[in-house]
Write a protein that binds this ligand. Structure first.
Ligand code: S3P
Length: 183
């Protein structure tokens, strides 16, 4: 799929910068920005944390799937997926059929550092310190990488990646398959 023809999906684990970079990227390319987690919270009028607490992860994944289908049918947007979205059902097929996907591959140490300082509530990380988060993510990525790796482009996110780097990549997707980020 051409980089400009449909949605731009950002995927990657919790803390990989999907929402932050997506928010910056969208106005640069004249697209609206949509965050799947926020879409879920708005349409269900509750928090992700509350869905996990009251209905459990399986119910959350079903809701996430339904919201992905809804979002995919909207006009072209930059869409930040949840960390687990590509890894359940055939969600990655939906992503690939409706847009151009970018995996923000980020070192686990950086993810763990960011997530242990993050204010956002993430049910899968509740009660974990930085070391426990690092172990959890290492294990999780060993499974999830096979889904993330199906993205149209893999971008190395060393923490310095900017939306402008993603714009360059979208303009010239064939020559820039990885992006190290600018100083
Ligand atoms: C999850 C990631 C979260 C959110 C939920 C589950 C995951 O999104 O969808 O807490 O399974 O990795 P972010 O990646 O935006 O934190």
């Amino acid at each position: 799929m051409e980089a400009s023809s449909r949605h731009i999906y950002l995927l990657g684990p919790m803390g990989s910068g999907k929402s932050r970079l997506g928010k910056e990227l969208a106005p640069k390319i004249g697209f609206p920005f949509l965050d799947l987690d926020r879409f879920i919270e708005q349409t269900h009028n509750t928090s992700i944390q509350n869905i996990f607490d009251t209905q459990g992860e399986d119910a959350f994944r079903a809701i996430e799937r339904a919201c992905l289908i809804e979002i995919a049918a909207l006009p072209p947007a930059v869409i930040a997926l949840g960390g687990g979205t590509p890894c359940f059902f055939d969600n990655m097929e939906v992503v690939k059929a409706t847009g151009y996907s970018i995996y923000l591959r980020t070192p686990v140490a950086l993810l763990a550092q960011r997530l242990s300082n993050a204010k956002t509530e993430r049910p899968l990380l509740a009660g974990k310190d930085e070391t426990a988060i690092r172990e959890f993510l290492t294990q999780q990525l060993s499974y999830r990488e096979r889904y993330y790796g199906q993205a149209d482009t893999v971008v190395e996110n060393n923490g310095k990646l900017k939306a402008a780097d993603l714009v360059r990549l979208l303009i010239n997707p064939t020559t820039e398959h990885t992006e190290k980020g600018t100083e």
